[in-house]
Design a protein around this ligand. Sequence first.
Ligand SMILES: NC(=O)c1ccc[n+]([C@@H]2O[C@H](COP(=O)([O-])OP(=O)(O)OC[C@H]3O[C@@H](n4cnc5c(N)ncnc54)[C@H](O)[C@@H]3O)[C@@H](O)[C@H]2O)c1
Length: 314
Amino acid sequence: MLLTGGAGFIGSQLARELVARGRVVRVLDALTYAGRAAHLSGVDCELVVGDITDPAAVAAALDGCGDVVHAAAESHVERSLTDPGGFVRTNVEGTRVLLQAAVDAGVRRFLHLSTDEVLGEVAEGALGPDAPTRPGNPYAASKAGAEALVHAWRKTHGLSAAMVRLVNCYGPRQHPEKAVPWWIRDALAGGPVPVQGRGTAARDWLFVEDAARGLAQALDCWQDGAIWHLAAHAQRPNLALCRAVVELVAARTGRTADIGFLPERQGQDIRYALDDAATRRALSWAPRVSLQDGLARTVAWVADEGLALWAEEG
Ligand SMILES: NC(=O)c1ccc[n+]([C@@H]2O[C@H](COP(=O)([O-])OP(=O)(O)OC[C@H]3O[C@@H](n4cnc5c(N)ncnc54)[C@H](O)[C@@H]3O)[C@@H](O)[C@H]2O)c1
């Protein structure tokens, strides 16, 4: 099978999960700033370096593949504020190229990774898979565009396709531009640890191993046309999560870093929430790692491996 974006954060965990389940995995990844070959060290899979917007590279990478799992994306909201065109190129045009190549190659099944952000801000409660998309930032808009293309290629070309929307994931091998590894790195360095606004924006936090298990289940329990929701039910305002990270780092270093406040993110969505009841039943899936344990494991990974990896490769 072909796994795009397999050298990134979630993709590299998913590669581990799929190989452990006996799948033969070929990764297609452009190795942007977010992807590293080292993320796949020890994983018995093939890595092809190529861009999903390049039809020839995608067609070659698809040779012999029955299934496609599409995890490649520009994924950082902050960057999408200054480079929206780059997000449309990779997340929309790249998905179009991949879908068309999958149809041309006669791919059996196409699983697309998406995000709670396509549904936009949710003041209270949680939204199910049929809620309308209302993306509130360019990243989310590009992911909503990708979802629309998946629906269209399924309907027009009969491609068997499904998608999984994930809440915020965290864990080993996440790029330090993202909140949790950023906070851990800065807390290990003594602080200050930055929080945007007053830290009131709330997210639901899913450990990456649980995310990868859910994604693999979506393949194993295939339902054409499904939109799966993977949530953790571990929602925290950013300030509370940051405090938890600072305490875990303090338990390791003996020093409690200060928290410093930055301006609020432009267009910040104050809360996202996915209703995942139907998905949990259909996929026999539920998270296994508590937020406290997942954060502790992430702190250990950053301290023991992440800092050295990031220093080595810039
Ligand atoms: N991290 C999260 O919390 C989260 C939550 C919901 C959904 N998602 C989705 O899950 C997927 C994976 O996210 P992630 O956090 O692992 O992202 P990431 O940024 O860590 O990894 C993305 C990977 O895609 C590769 N890539 C980027 N542009 C490419 C291109 N043009 N061609 C080929 N490869 C390219 C990068 O090199 C990298 O390895 C994305 O689709 C993202 O939208 C992530």
